[in-house]
Design a protein around this ligand. Sequence first.
Ligand code: DGY
Length: 329
Amino acid sequence: MNKPQLLIARDVYPAVVEKLEQVFEVETTPEGVVWTPAQLIERLQGKDAVLTSGSERIDAGLLQACPQLKIVANLAVGYNNFDLSAMTAAGVLGTNAPGVLTETTADFGFALLMATARRVTESEHFLRAGRWKQWSLSLFTGADVHGSTLGILGMGRIGQAIARRGAHGFGMRVIYHNRSQLDAATEEACRASYVSQDELLSQADHLVLVLPYSPDVYHLIDAGALAKMKPGATLINIARGGIVDEDALAAALREGRLAAAGLDVFEGEPAVNPSLLSLSNVVLTPHIASASVPTRLAMVMLAADNLLAFFLEGKALTPVNPEVLKNSG
Ligand code: DGY
């Protein structure tokens, strides 16, 4: 029997390719290559499956041009690259990679918070530039993390993992806002209290964005929301760039209304808004919150396991539109 045809749309670990080659006819992607939408459609001709990074847009146009496609397995937990209703309408299953990156991403969220509040990268640049002439009392003084109020917008797995770090590790008061309030046992484990979005904005010393992206939250943190934030607060975004109006954020940072921001994600990434690049009170990282070696391997392995489960057993481990499986079953 002919093997199903698979495109791995990004360069991934050889161990994953080898595993998939046992079941699929695999086309890989060279290191450093990111296919344009037109190139992706070309590569997907005749393909039954594709393993994506989370950046490749899967929309109605692509689905129409690739009628053989049955499954798209994202190696990311976020799947805002999927037009989910178009995929479901076309009978194409989508899967993501939840769970395996939770703790690693929370570690990084905390690292970014620490670096931002305590001005780690700004002071390092100063030192490397040979500008450090003497110790002084006020040199790069920042905000305290321990004992401060940590605000978390989006209290899924990663939000909860950040809350635990803040509450148990740093003695922070943790408040959160989410589409729905967590059950009492989970709130207790995170030592976190549910507040309204406005209360979150006005009370947090450090506000961390960890909510999933959808068009509903586009520029949720706009000039109005930023104006409600506590003066001198810090803002950390490890969710998706489109949630923050970057021009409004740059203005708030420039005017000193916010002390600093730590951003791992950007609206037009990999391009970064020039107004952010010109500010010293912003810590900027290239979407690496989940980037530990074991976690990145686990993310790709989960995507691979979804592909294998689908073709070998007619199911998926982490489907995002499971109704496709029911309809085909
Ligand atoms: C995710 O998994 O969604 C991360 O942001 C990596 O893309």
